[in-house]
Design a protein around this ligand. Sequence first.
Ligand SMILES: [Zn+2]
Length: 398
Amino acid sequence: MIVRKAYQFKLEPTPEQARLFRQFAGATRWVYNHMLTERRAAFKAGQKTPTTNEQINQLPILKQQDETAWLKDIHSQVLQDAVLDLDDAFARFFSKQNGYPKFKKKNSTYQSFSYPQGINVNGNHVWLPKIGWVKFRRSHKPKRYREIEGTIKRATVKYKASGWYVSLNCEVDIEQPDPVDITPDNSIGIDLVTTSDGEKFTNPRHYRKLERKLKREQRKLSRKQPGSNNRLKQKQKVARLHERIANRRKDTLHKLSRQLIDENQAIFCENLNVKGMAKGNMGKSVGDAAWSELVRQLKYKAQWAGKPLLQVGRFYASSQLCSACQYQHTELAPSERRWTCPNCGVEHDRDINGAINIHTEGLKQYVAAGLSETLNACGETVRPAKRARLAEARISRL
Ligand SMILES: [Zn+2]
């Protein structure tokens, strides 16, 4: 099976290369805005808007004109990519995924340009056409050295608060293992960041420390004189902190999703609207999009590993159902984190109970869909319920 994998590395350009990066990013933005202006003008005048191919064919003409001759210094495919990028923006607009394409601002912190081909990697250097070999950070410790697999299909150079980065998008042909029968013991359910095994994943302490630091620096920023040099410096400091926090969060989630995929043959999770929930009672940990990022990672990692990931519908009232006796506790208040089943007397942690229910329901749906045969024999709910008691025992020890 062919899959796409992305690798990102921090670049260490020479001052001259950094100047070229800014020039390439600036030209990309200029082409994008120029072509957008054209399309807008044609649309306003009631004329047929130029097609992507027509706009790409314009690029050599622009290079011949005096006022835009500076475009000659930029690699042609980088400029063409800007037109294709605009085409994407329009495609997303027409499919109602996004609003009408906007102009790219000059002072925007987000600067980037892309190559569709011609990229090479040698050790810790990457070849960028018309720029040259650029050094990037790559650990030489054998364990941490990231091997780039497959063929590079696209490279994007972009500027972030902490410097320039390159992301390489590769096409990899992966071998998939033979499918394994799914049982309650080799699969898992997840409700937000709690598993049916009774494990809860919280933000590590260093992460909360960084968040406090961010708040402090943001307060400092608000006290700086508008337009001053100090304010600019402080603004960059805050941007770098934002980036660090985002990186840490992603890192934590990558470790978690890797572990979940490695330890299980199937994963069941709730398919829910995180946006609607963040407003409710679930608190900040969910509101920060950690959940949707985790599901995104689980999806592609499960696909690579050839393991099923099944999302159980939202309609399913996972939190009110007693995972031990299936009694539906409709009076359960959303604020109650722990509760005792009025029917069977089992004590529950709200999240773990939810995760167990998702596990049970996921298995049931999996069997119903005819995806597994061995499960039919052992009865769907009996063993997850046993696991439920195990999980309860584990959590009470915390
Ligand atoms: Zn019960």
